[in-house]
Design a protein. Structure first.
Length: 334
């Protein structure tokens, strides 16, 4: 039996069927991400697990216990939200200690636990400061410490980094992953950011229209999309109709084909990869994407995206004729 089990979960808001028979198993100690666009049902499932939303059908089990009808306070689940929700009149250590005081723990025990939590989230020296004097990232660390200090069975994180700037967000991604692994916490993380999901997850569950479109480890979900939606949401795939694929390769296929931009080789002269599909095209556009440069190449009327590392000695320009190749194994049928 899995540590967390969702069995045929249905959720309605009026006539809107938000969760459509969701069944999902989560093992103890895993960091599991619910990924998908706004309105797909990922946050609703998280709230059903926490008890903040009641399900309209199905059952939820935690550590072998049916918690479907339990009150949130009786589930021993910690939550970290996008909004920090800290008490503005309390210091960092008072915010973290708040839940422990409600449980009427001994003051020495509280002090020991709070000190350990502050050290874990790297906020030493900030103990006596109030939230208003902290950065957004520091406030989110306090919110995280406030949850983990309660030693929950499960930690839920509902887009906790979406309001934080890009550079700090990457640092917090690493911190959250390290902390949850060090504590052995079972964690369920909600995000719409595919890069964030790839960095942090043991397992990704891709949501689409109230259902789980695909589940798997990050590498599998990225390299083997099972549908057109999965290919469009993860990896910026080129998606080719059977007609487009045949026009480029001379080979027929029944369904769509997905090809990742980085799997193409590109050169100013014909390539020697004779065991791969070979194309000629014209560069129509180039788009810098950090350390990657994305070219849009017209191949027989089909627009193809090709990603290369941003190196000055391999730059092409609009109107340049280029030669592409791609291996059959990277042409994924959908």
């Amino acid at each position: 039996m899995a540590y967390i089990e969702f069995r045929n979960i249905d959720k309605f808001y009026g006539a809107n069927h938000v969760l459509k028979g969701i069944s999902l198993d989560i093992e103890k100690g895993q960091f599991v991400t619910l990924l998908g666009p706004s309105g797909c049902g990922k946050s609703t499932l998280l709230r059903c697990l926490s008890g903040l939303e009641a399900v309209n059908g199905g059952q939820i089990f935690l550590d072998g216990e049916d918690i479907t009808s339990k009150e949130p306070k009786d589930r021993n689940i910690g939550m970290v939200f996008q909004q920090y929700s800290l008490f503005p009149n309390m210091t960092v250590e008072e915010n973290i200690a708040f839940g422990l005081k409600l449980k009427k723990m001994h003051p020495d025990t509280i002090q020991e636990k709070v000190k350990a939590a502050i050290r874990m989230v790297e906020l030493e020296g900030k103990e006596r400061q109030h939230p208003a004097s902290l950065s957004g990232g520091q406030q989110q660390r306090v919110a995280l410490a406030r949850s983990i200090v309660m030693e929950p069975k499960v930690l839920l994180l509902d887009e906790p980094l979406s309001a934080i700037d890009a550079k700090l967000r990457k640092s917090l991604q690493i911190s959250i992953k390290r902390i949850t692994k060090d504590l052995g916490l079972t964690s369920v993380f909600v995000t719409h950011d595919q890069d964030e999901a790839m960095v942090m997850s043991d397992v990704i569950n891709l949501f689409h229209d109230g259902r789980i479109e695909q589940s798997g480890d990050p590498v599998t979900v990225y390299t083997r999309p099972v549908s057109s939606f999965a290919a469009s949401f993860i990896g910026s795939y080129n998606q080719l109709t059977p007609e487009q694929f045949a026009r480029m390769t001379g080979k027929g296929r029944l369904g769509e084909t997905a090809i990742r931009p980085e799997t193409f080789s590109i050169s100013s002269s014909p390539l020697g990869n004779r065991d791969e599909y070979q194309f000629e095209g014209i560069v129509e556009d180039d788009m810098p994407r950090g350390n990657v440069l994305r070219y849009q190449v017209n191949v027989k009327g089909v627009q193809i995206h090709v990603d290369v590392l941003f190196r000055s000695h391999v730059l092409f320009h609009q109107g340049d004729r280029v030669y592409l190749s791609v291996a059959e194994r990277n042409c994924i049928p959908l």
